[in-house]
Design a protein around this ligand. Sequence first.
Ligand code: CO
Length: 168
Amino acid sequence: MKETKLKLRLYGDKALRKKSLSVKSVGAHERTLLDKMAEIMYASGGIGLAAPQVGINKQMIIIDVGQGLNTLINPKIKKKKGSWVMQEGCLSVPEVYVDIKRAKKVFVEGIDVANNKIAFWADEIFGRAIQHEIDHLRGKLIVDYVNLVKRLTIKRKFKVKTKKGLLS
Ligand code: CO
């Protein structure tokens, strides 16, 4: 099974820029993937991980901000309240920290590992992590929140190819 080869993808890897597809039903295959994702997240000392970060473009995220492992499939933010700025890092963009303004509270819908519909309000670091991981499902990274000059510096550091005249 190719899951045995799952590894953390770093900035510059195309999988990080693809839009992830929704999961029709969570089965044994998805649960194996989620277990591997958790292994990688804990081994890397992260508090969240999205499937594209291990090269799987499916809408699956895991988060553990110190209150146990949370798994969210097909997560969607339905409501937002307030905003706050905090410095964020990302396992796929090591040693880069970016101040990011995000909603203070979000109402999230999705399904859990047993295919049950779930919906809840999330705030503090948990709410922020959910927003960060959902960005990954859309192909968005923390580097997209910085100005062009800083982004180019980061690109150089990670040797990310930049098309001439196209500072994406
Ligand atoms: Co990240």
